[in-house]
Design a protein around this ligand. Sequence first.
Ligand SMILES: *Cc1c(COP(=O)(O)O)cnc(C)c1O
Length: 394
Amino acid sequence: MTITPLMPVYPRCGFRPVRGEGAWLISEDGSRALDFASGIAVNLLGHGHPHLTQAIQEQAATLMHVSNLYGSPQGEIFAQRLVDTTFADTVFFTNSGAEAVECAIKAARAYHQSQGSDRFEIITFKNAFHGRTMATISASNQEKMHHGFSPLLNGFRYVDFDDLEGAKAAINENTAAFLVEPIQGEGGVRPASDAFMKGLRELADEHGILLVLDEVQCGVARTGALYAHELYGITPDIMASAKGIGGGFPFGACLATEEAARGMVVGTHGSTYGGNPLAMAAGNAVWDVVANDEFLEHVRTIGEKLRAAIEQFIGNYPDLFTGVRGKGLMLGITMTRETRSFVAHLRDNHGLLTVAAGDNTLRVLPPLNIDEGHIATFIEKLSAGAADYEAPES
Ligand SMILES: *Cc1c(COP(=O)(O)O)cnc(C)c1O
């Protein structure tokens, strides 16, 4: 037998973390790495955060899981906090980002179909990433995710990202919703323009279409706003959240207005684990820390400092780097070449973890509670990495 016990769907590297301390990961062999990847925008309080850890430990010992057939005091508290701090009136809890997007897609279709309309088509945007389930790969135009899994789910139409005219032209009598990441993550940390986000909101209102946001990566304080759409001065009808929401505990949420959720009535949707007491304890602990102006202000300030430091540094290597984009602590350094081998070089030779993304972009996603010392260490490692990098022949 040559297949590995872990199904070989990931190109796993030799760094094998067994412990985390704040913004640092410690490997099986004792080596330490500065974690500016945060499990891909998940560990927003770093590793081993005392408040989050304690909340999970206490809840695990008290009550870990009960069925959604019973009342949920823990879920009601956290859902109420989400409702109080966002556009939403109601929340469905899931176990992952893809499931939160699935719920959003179902809610958007059900909104129309529960009113006797058969609108079903969802307009999505090129190079989007919405997850790995059948519906969420169908929602993306990226062929590398489709290969081998046909037939895809019907009912998605792909338009260029940030192209408002294209979005407008794609609307027809079957259009149910727009589904968009305000800042594309996997696609290369590409923030939508103000005009695009505001324009989608207007088109949606004009045509009776729902605006569905995928804030799985850019949400939960990552950009210095609790959710990224706040930076654009708009609100969605439905929104998927996950990644940072549990600070490392796996769960997600689909948030909606009362109007947009009108199709989601008893018996239409469900999840065995979704929103169980342990997940809710993690969510509540994360909200205790992040959902206040002081914390969000910290993310904005430290994000500006990190960005300024990167901007200043990359000027030394114009043959490697072309710019920085993103918002808050969701930053992308655009490179003149393929990023994967540089990410591997930083990791293997300089103890620095970052993430490759599309469009030759190096993603920088540190924990949100970093300080200036972490920025200095990051820049040291990045500069040492740029200085001794030997790019592979392309
Ligand atoms: C990661 C991600 C998802 C999928 O989340 P999973 O928890 O891996 O299912 C969906 N949308 C966006 C924007 C993401 O970054």
